[in-house]
Ligand binder design. Structure first.
Ligand SMILES: Cc1ncc(CN)c(N)n1
Length: 229
């Protein structure tokens, strides 16, 4: 099989399509506040708790991916992603929370805010009804944009020793995290080949929608949007 060049890769087109949304995420005061450490810890902990709830549902997308996959290699990758999310990534949240006295029981009982709920319900519904390519196009902005943010913050933040958000930056900038997101990108490129324009448009729409949800999630944790009544 001839590998497509970087330029005509489907995921490159997706990236171009959401560039403005992702640039606004990079400039978001929450992300900038993580970089220079000026973000109040109280805001960060609200994010940690909401993100823990988010990741519990997000992990289910990988379980669904394993159910939908047909070859053993792909099933293994999805089960690896499920494991990494529940253990490595959520350990980061457990550890930040433990430091300020928030235990696992409190984390388990945390309830999703409206944006958080809308975001995960969108992904779960689209992934249950759609193809494996649809599932990946829904969940990819989450992995890919975080690796971009982590890499940018690590490059720009300077020395991370003693930085309050150093462990967060290190996790998302890590090569391990990057390689998981690269595997998803390669798979989506492979599965997009031979799809009709209508099918490709559906993938683009999922990618744009969840990129917008990513922005809204940052906004939600920055401004503390909760249930109005
Ligand atoms: C809302 C959100 N988006 C993405 C990620 C990275 N897995 C995350 N932890 N939380």
């Amino acid at each position: 099989m001839v590998k497509s060049s970087q330029q005509d890769r489907f995921t490159r087109q997706l990236h171009d399509r959401v560039l403005q949304v992702w640039e606004q995420i990079h400039r978001h005061p929450f992300v900038q506040g993580i970089k220079d450490g000026s973000l109040p810890m109280e805001r960060f902990m609200f994010y940690m708790k909401q993100d823990y709830v988010f990741l519990k549902d997000y992990a289910k997308l990988f379980a669904l991916g394993a159910v939908k996959a047909e070859d053993t290699e792909t099933i293994k990758w999805f089960s690896g992603l499920l494991h990494e999310t529940l253990h490595t990534e959520m350990d980061l949240h457990r550890s930040y929370c433990k430091e300020i006295g928030i235990g696992e029981e409190e984390l388990e009982n945390e309830k999703a805010t409206p944006i958080n709920l809308a975001y995960t319900r969108y992904m779960l519904a689209a992934s249950q009804q759609g193809s494996l390519a649809e599932l990946v196009s829904c969940l990819l902005p989450c992995m890919w944009s975080y690796h971009e943010i982590g890499t940018m913050l690590k490059r720009e933040a300077g020395n991370l020793s003693g930085h309050p958000y150093g462990p967060w930056i290190e996790m998302y900038a890590s090569e391990d995290f990057g390689s998981l997101s690269r595997w998803l990108k390669d798979k989506l490129d492979e599965w997009a080949e031979g799809k009709t324009n209508q099918e490709l448009e559906a993938l683009q729409n999922h990618f744009l929608t969840t990129s917008r949800f990513e922005f809204m999630f940052w906004d939600m944790v920055y401004y503390g949007h909760e249930w109005p009544v």
